[in-house]
Structures are given as C-alpha cells and as structure tokens.
Design a protein around this ligand. Structure first.
Ligand SMILES: Nc1ncnc2c1ncn2[C@@H]1O[C@H](COP(=O)(O)OP(=O)(O)O)[C@@H](O)[C@H]1O
Ligand SMILES: [Mg+2]
Length: 312
C-alpha cells in the first residue's frame, strides 16, 4: 500500500467527493487516514459536514481532516526567503530588498513552492500518526505545476551548484597565487560554504518530494462520461508521463449522469478504471458520500506496492 493518494481532474468532476468517499471507506475498514485539501477554494469541510482548519480535526474514528491555508504558506515562504537574503546580503545596501519582496508574491512559482512546503510539512510533521494521507487537489493547472516543481527546480539547483563549485575553485586558485588577496578571507571550502550547503539542503528536500509524488503516491484522475473531462484527463496523463509520475487509476464518476455519447481515449485504456454511479438525489450528508462504492478503487490502492520497483 502506498502512503499517499492524489485525485486530479477537471473542476466539478468530483475530486473532493471521490477523495472523501475513498478516505471514508479506508477509515471505516480500519486504516488511519488524514485527508488534506490543497484547493484554495476549500469545500472538503462541507462534503464531510465538519468545520475544518489548517490543523488535523477528528471527523470520525480513524479519519482526520484539514484544509491547507495556502495564503499562510505563501507568507511564510516569502518571510523565510526575505530573512535569508537579508542575512546573505546584509553588506549590500544598494539592493532594495523590500521592493523586491513586494513583487515576489506575484512572481510565477510562489504558489507552487508554498504548496510543496505545505505537503512537506504534512509528510514530515503529521503523516506519522496515519497510515495514509489523501490529498484533495486544486484545479488541474496548479496541481500539474506543483507536481512538476521538484523536477524542474532540481535542474536549476544542479546548475547553480556547478556554478558555486566553480566560484569556490576560483577562490582557491586566487588564494594560492596571492595569499594577500581580499578573496583569501572568504570561504573556499564546500563543506564550510553556506551557499553550497543551502543548495544541498534544497536539493534533498526537492528529491524527497519528487519521491513522494513518483513512488510513494497513488495518483488517480477523476473524470465524468463527457469528452471535456476525458480530454483533461489525457492532458494530465501526458504531463505526468513527462515527469515520470505513474498514473495508477482512472475514476469514472457520475456514471449514468447523461445519455450523451462519449468515449474513453485508447491512451487511457491501459490504466485501471473504477466506476462510480451518479446519485440522482444529490449528496447531502457524510453518509451519502460514504455510500458511493469505492471498493474496487480501495482494493487497487491497497495492492499497489509501497514503492515503485527498482527503488529501495
Ligand atoms: N457521484 C455523484 N453523484 C451525484 N453528485 C455528485 C457525484 N460526485 C460529485 N457530485 C456533485 O458534483 C459537484 C462537484 O463535485 P466536487 O467533488 O466538488 O468536484 P471537484 O472537487 O472535482 O470540483 C458537487 O455538487 C457534488 O456533490
Ligand atoms: Mg474540489
């Protein structure tokens, strides 16, 4: 059994509903589950009929839930970056760091990083109390960006690390040739260099997260019997392929909702399919959600190896 599950898909297909039904089914069959909503427009609390915040709240035996406060994580990420840069560049008064940070909150990537650090917090500080963490995800675009972030950032970190190594080597050469040079007083050794150490620690954090997504997670896409949600599922599959994150299941939700013709694309036919019926009367209580039959999905989840083969 993997330790995490993510449900991706187009808005409105039933990601929150499926995540909640899946988490309830696991918890009611004896597994300790934390369900965490990453969607800034939270409605997990409504679906579970409980008021939630950013710390785990007990919903029923073996099931806790939380709604990640993305804005608070963005603020925390900005403050940490600002404190660190202010320390590094305390000698450089010509940089106006405040105005830089004012615009940084709008820079591309800030929300994705905040999301990654929120997931890292759940993994490192909360997941120890549970067997499984289920993630209810935000709209596709943001989900795909944060899933790809560790791989993309690690390319940057590798280049920056090489650059830093070259700087340290140059400093060593200068110090050897001219021990009186002002450079002689600066750090020349990788083991003592703060910047080099920082790059190493970011690389370790990102590698752990890419392992979480690529090997320790059961990633499923939810779709409905309509061509728009199938197209979106295909786009998700293509993006996951690019970052080596396997798609473990397809959840066809709202089966029978319409008689319109639709087709599951052949490229999705290799992935196990789980079907969940449309409930005509609507979903009003937690038990309505729990009554959605996710048993085949739960069986597939439990049978998936904790780590993808080829890893330790
Ligand atoms: N199987 C189902 N039967 C009936 N209504 C459903 C079903 N699945 C989802 N819904 C309804 O569809 C709407 C969108 O579901 P939701 O889980 O919030 O989607 P998402 O999280 O993907 O945006 C909600 O009103 C929900 O109650
Ligand atoms: Mg939702």
């Amino acid at each position: 059994m993997k330790s995490n599950a993510f449900f991706l898909g187009k808005g409105g297909v039933g990601k929150t509903t499926t995540s909640a039904a899946f988490a309830l089914s696991l918890a009611r069959s004896g597994t300790r589950v934390l369900i965490a909503s990453l969607d800034p427009a939270h409605n997990l609390g409504d679906v579970l009929a409980t008021k939630l915040d950013d710390t785990p709240k007990n919903v029923e035996p073996r099931l806790d839930a939380l709604e990640v406060d993305l804005n608070a994580w963005v603020q925390k990420y900005l403050k940490e970056s600002k404190d660190e840069l202010s320390q590094q560049y305390s000698y450089n008064m010509t940089l106006n760091l405040n105005s830089f940070f004012d615009i940084m909150k709008y820079s591309p990537g800030t929300e994705e990083y905040a999301m990654l650090w929120a997931i890292e917090h759940i993994r490192c500080n909360l997941s120890g109390d549970y067997d499984v963490v289920v993630y209810d995800t935000p709209p596709t675009a943001l989900s795909l960006r944060f899933l790809a972030m560790p791989a993309i950032s690690n390319i940057w970190i590798a280049e920056l690390t090489k650059l830093r190594e070259r700087i340290l080597e140059k400093r060593q050469t200068i110090t050897r040739i001219n021990p009186e040079s002002p450079v002689a007083s600066s750090c020349v050794d990788k083991d003592d260099d703060k910047v080099y150490g920082k790059l190493g620690s970011i690389k370790r954090r990102l590698t752990d997260l890419s392992m979480l997504f690529g090997q320790e997670s059961y990633i499923a896409v939810v779709l409905n019997p309509d061509s728009l949600s199938v197209s979106e599922a295909l786009r998700i599959k293509d993006e996951l392929d690019k970052i080596d994150v396997p798609l473990c299941g397809i959840c066809l939700n709202k089966r029978g909702v319409s008689k319109a013709a639709w087709e599951l694309d052949k490229r999705l036919s290799d992935t196990p399919l789980f079907e969940m019926d449309f409930v005509p009367g609507g979903l009003h209580t937690r038990d309505d959600v729990a009554a959605i039959d996710t048993s085949a999905l739960v069986t597939s989840f439990k049978a998936a190896p904790a780590r993808t083969k080829g890893t330790t």
